[in-house]
Design a protein around this ligand. Sequence first.
Ligand code: PEP
Ligand code: MG
Length: 841
Amino acid sequence: MQQDDSHITLITPTAPMHTHTHGGRAKCLQRLVRLDLPVPRTVALSFEAVHRIAAGELPDMARFLAPFGAAPLLCVRPSSEDPDWGGPGAVLNIGINDTRFVELAERIGKEAASHIYLRFVQAYAIHVARLDPDVFEDVSPDPVLGLSQALKAYESEAEEEFPQDPGKQLTEVLRSMARAWEGTTARLLRQAKGAPADAGLGLVVQELALGLGQGECGSGVMQLVNGQTGARQIIGRYLSQSQGRDALSSGADAIYLTRDPRGPSLEDLAPDAFAEIRAYAELMRARLREEMQAEFTIENGKVWILDGLRVPRNGRAAVAIAVGLAEDDIISRDEALMRVEPRALNELLHRQVDPNAPRDVLARGIAASPGAATGRVVFSAAEAQAGHSRGEACILVRRETSPEDIRGMHAAVAVLTERGGMTSHAAVIGRGIGLPCVVGASEIHFQTRRKQLTMPDGRVVKAGDVITVDGTGGLVLAGETPLLEVARDDAFQTLMSWADDVRDIAVRANADTPADAEVARKFDARGIGLCRTEHMFFDTERLTVMREMIFADGSTDRAAVLERLLPMQRADLADLFRIMQGLPVCIRLFDPPLHEFLPTDRAGHLQLAEALDLPLSDVTRRVEALSEYNPMLGMRGVRLGITVPEIYDMQARAIFEATLEASREGAPVVPEIMIPLVSAKREVELVKTRVDAVAAAVRNETGRDFTYRLGVMVETPRACLRAGEFAPLVSFLSFGTNDLTQMTYGLSRDDAGRFMSEYVKQGVYPEDPFHMLDVDGVGELLKIGAERGRAANPDISLSICGEHGGNPESIAFCRDAGFTYVSCSPFRVPVARLAAAQLTV
Ligand code: PEP
Ligand code: MG
């Protein structure tokens, strides 16, 4: 069956042509034609035309070939809607046959003509006749000899003569490319890159500019920017007597474009052609409003532009390019903001594995905290600290981390754990302090006693061996791997300031320590949205006092120990207030179960018994008494505050005294106090009464006044449903989506890592809900909580402080729901600022 040719169009400045009907390459070529660039004649086949070809409906070849004049040589290239979706490789030199070979040999020489013919025979054999590339294994590198050998090899393998009819050659090439696109593997591959199931393929058929023959002939690519750094410089390669993108794959034979001490250049060899190509590249940048790579051919001195491709770039270059185009008034600032994928900023904020460097993957896990680092493997926090003090880079390897590992985490350059998911201890702390982290690497056999790791392929990594942890890609790599440095350069700062100009939802940071707060300030967070106060007690010295408090007999003893904790807490908070310079600081009252502060093994119990001067059996008994079957749903958060109220009293006092201290030096501080894990109104009433009482006492004692805001952390499903009851008692609600996700799904945030990848692989969950907010379920609870809270107290402010707060998709949700701010780990603040800005553009 023959198709009409309404879907086959000669590319002219006015031909109807769109990216969604003909693909990005066809559309770009039309733009180049409009700019009057010397583009060889090109015909575009729409998605529809290609689809019909795959179904066996072929175009009328005589009419198809008419625009190309007599005896053309052609090339066919794919044109999908998004170039990242891939497509079949280009096929060059279609139309060559025995007769044309003779003519061509007269014109450009036998060797060059043989090259052209040979290349086509091989491409046709492999892509169309689907012969094994090995059949050409013994073909001579000499093109004249090689051609006759290749033709013979084709004939004997394909059991037919090499097709001589250019129409048939073209038809078969088009058909094979069309079918390749519709194959299952190709479809799955592109769907993995985000292509819709029915993504179409266009094709462009272009008359060949010969890069082979007499005079200066060759091909190459030129771009005006470095795709790694974003620096403006002419980059590319040129290879005499070559076609297509040969210059990029030929290694040492290709030459530089600009004058270069390392060797000859196109600028020396053909200065006029060089200047002409450069001018075209500049024109493309200005008029296509993008950094483009020009693919060119020089044919006996004449320049042809075959194609323009968006320059491939990493995150750092993406920022520099967008800012550069806006500063040159080629695009607007808003457009520059839209051109950078927020997550790509991670590449600027943390060291990254160089994507172009060779890597040896040992195992995979969950990419829990971005960045990469190389170091020696250690199996305990103490060894990490010891290594750190010797100036050694250490990778802390644990089954899972616990509060006791915090100092080791600070001392390590990266963390690797067997267990855990996106909101497990290691992940949350890792993101908080900007430490690369891979968790849930359960395919590795962790033999922590023997101090070794057995990788899935049987390789063994022992303590002291060097590995690289890639927390961005979730990979464990053997040995040292080249890393790209952090690049918070001028372009980054500029883009961030443009983002802040348009953003209409604030971004705060989750910061627990003065060090976190410094990072938060550096990234221009608009305050602290969550200070997990218990994190202030993981320091070894304080941990002992904390343990004394837990072991205290009765409230008198406990009060005495709390007296000692008070100044520590007060000093930390005063520091935070000072660093944040009047920006809001939201302090969460103590949350975790007490046993988290107790050692888990016998050696630890013994140490504690010595430190507290207690019999070992007392310590063991006490630890057992506090242990819970399900600590995440046990005595934590406000439940602890209600049953052991002295702890919250101490914290409230520390907050108010620190407020007064910090207010002495600058503007009055208005602290925000947040009650965690609320599920009933009465909990809020009880805590509010005590906090108010402490405030009154401090006012009385000091004779000074201050204000504060009380809020509820909404992180149980019941708190969402009953928000209307307690909203009138408080000034803000902050959604803790880590616990809320855990409780909505009934899914342990610490154990889910074991099966999460299987669940996502089998499509049970579209994404890890601890990573990507579950808009349908958890999101509905969020909306209910927000609506009921707001209805009962119209002045209430709403926010999110779970890990989802730094996710671009969740930020859109929170903005739509009318939240005042999102709060996330300090290192994610820039990502969130950009994502928030994009929502307003
Ligand atoms: C939460 O549950 O979302 C939260 C922020 O608190 P945490 O992670 O400390 O439980
Ligand atoms: Mg929580």
